[in-house]
Design a protein around this ligand. Structure first.
Ligand code: ADP
Ligand code: ASP
Ligand code: MG
Length: 463
């Protein structure tokens, strides 16, 4: 039977009731497909209260020599509650609870060791983070088991072969087959896979970043042969990809489809649709991705697939997004000539400090760019001052309009900027990607919501 890889986000496994929704979805899918379930760590409405965040907090506190009981107690409470809600058999509940308590006690000792040595290495941080996905996978497997659907827990915490020493360009390609081999449906048992995989050289957080479970599911999908996989489904708590973040723009609509490039741009510019690395792997393997809502499983969701960019309603923008926490850095050259040396100098110094730059705009004597890590630029500032005057302006947002159809429409940028102007929003920097599928500008962070609604109204609402 063709396989559907189903990734469940943190919110979708956050409570007993939700764990059952996930089990319903898996059970229904099993009627016609094999399933590989990939799960993220339990989370509430917002990621900042989720298990991964709590684990990272506990690690940081331990490293500082401080008490880590509070985050640990929250993790314990959330998981014990979900266990109590989800499992009806007393014996199974006792078994899961005692497993959880054993793991939590180990976790406490591990954190205590970090507190003693006052060092949280990338590897220790990974070992910590892995706990979240292991707990969630264990719970999902138990819920399936109780329903008479035998499941096999697949823990990828130590799945990366020891001989892998660096994350070189071939690393993930090599890894995908290796991961897929461990997740193959086994004798009718549903593999329930931890969305965490390790130990990645230098740490998963550095190599991939938060939201890594999307990427794990993508690697597994891409590692299976194309004729084995039907699609990758990413189950979240929204109906699909919207024309704008539905939490910020009430008039946002669900898109029936979106292209991989559009989805990448949206994610890069602040809409948490999918982890940015996800698309590349799955698209290379030609596997469709579908985003679906675990709380509304009958809705069709959004398919990420190539489409004719000239088709249908996609003549202008597809979606709009905003990313806050941006800092604009402007460097004005103290020498009016040798412009090529100036730009090269600026970017060399930024590279030395590993500063990641989003938008860039240049004039003859100055260059402005945006970054999202203020601490990085503070370290690089003195070096940059050798080239000219450095101005650092935090508290900004990038507003980006995305759509492959935009290059076929005239006057898009004009309308975007004039509508923002009419709403009294000042535009500080403008950038249009060479591919013409992204027009972005920098505005004050406090204007982001209004900016989103204004652009959404001008381009993405009927009438
Ligand atoms: P998960 O735990 O399922 O991976 P994430 O926190 O990564 O969930 O992302 C889901 C959130 O992304 C949604 O709750 C939604 O509010 C937000 N979001 C931002 N922009 C969009 C968009 N354009 N379409 C859909 N959701 C979006
Ligand atoms: N649990 C991890 C996080 O919160 C990974 C994920 O959700 O994909 O970042
Ligand atoms: Mg996510």
């Amino acid at each position: 039977m063709p396989i559907i890889v189903q990734k469940f986000g943190g919110t979708s496994v956050g409570t007993g009731e939700r764990l059952h929704k996930v089990a319903d979805i898996i059970e229904r899918t099993l009627a016609q497909h094999s399933v590989i379930a990939v799960v993220s760590a339990m989370s509430g409405r917002v990621k900042t209260e989720g298990t991964t965040t709590l684990l990272l907090q506990a690690g940081q506190r331990a490293e500082e020599g401080a008490a880590f009981d509070a985050p640990l107690a929250s993790i314990e409470k959330n998981h014990l509650r979900a266990t109590g809600e989800a499992l009806s058999s007393r014996a199974l509940r006792d078994e899961v609870e005692s497993w959880l308590r054993g793991e939590l006690s180990w976790l406490g000792s591990f954190l205590e060791a970090i507190r003693v040595i006052r060092e949280l290495s990338p590897r220790s941080q990974d070992v910590l983070m892995a706990v979240g996905e292991r707990f969630a996978a264990y719970l999902v497997a138990a819920v399936l088991g109780e329903r008479g659907l035998p499941a096999a827990l697949v823990d990828l915490t130590f799945a990366v072969p020891e001989e892998e020493q660096t994350v070189d360009p071939g690393f993930f390609r090599r890894l995908q087959e290796h991961l897929a081999a461990q997740c193959a449906p086994d004798g009718g048992r549903v593999p329930v896979v931890t969305g965490f995989f390790g130990m990645v050289p230098g740490g998963l957080l550095r190599a991939v970043g938060r939201g890594y479970t999307d990427f794990t599911a993508a690697l597994i999908s891409a590692g299976l042969s194309r004729d084995q996989v039907h699609e990758l489904q990413v189950w979240k708590e929204v109906d699909g990809v919207y024309t704008a973040d539905p939490r910020r723009v009430p008039a946002a609509r669900v898109l029936a489809s979106i292209t991989p490039r559009e989805a990448s741009e949206l994610t890069y510019f602040g809409s948490e649709v999918l982890h940015p690395f996800t698309m590349e792997r799955v698209v290379a393997a030609e596997i469709p991705i579908r985003i679906k809502n675990a709380f509304n499983p009958d809705a069709p969701g959004t398919v990420i697939t190539q489409r004719d960019p000239k088709s249908g309603t996609a003549m202008r923008a597809t979606a709009v997004t905003a990313k806050g926490g941006i800092t604009v850095v402007t460097i004005t050259s103290n020498r009016m000539y040798n412009a090529y040396g100036f730009l090269a100098g600026v970017f060399n110094k930024l590279a030395n400090y590993e500063v990641v730059v989003d938008l860039v705009s240049t004039s003859e004597v100055s260059v402005s760019f945006t970054i999202d890590r203020l601490d990085e630029i503070r370290r690089a500032k003195r070096q940059l001052e050798e080239l000219g005057k450095v101005e650092i302006t935090p508290g900004r947002a990038i507003l980006a309009m995305v759509g492959e159809g935009m290059k076929f429409a005239k006057g898009t940028a004009g309308l975007m900027f004039s509508s923002l102007g009419a709403s009294g929003i000042n535009i500080e920097m403008i950038s249009q990607g060479a591919s013409e599928m992204n027009i972005s500008c920098v505005i004050k962070e406090e204007d982001a919501e209004k900016g989103l609604r204004t652009v959404h109204h001008a381009f993405l609402e009927e009438g």
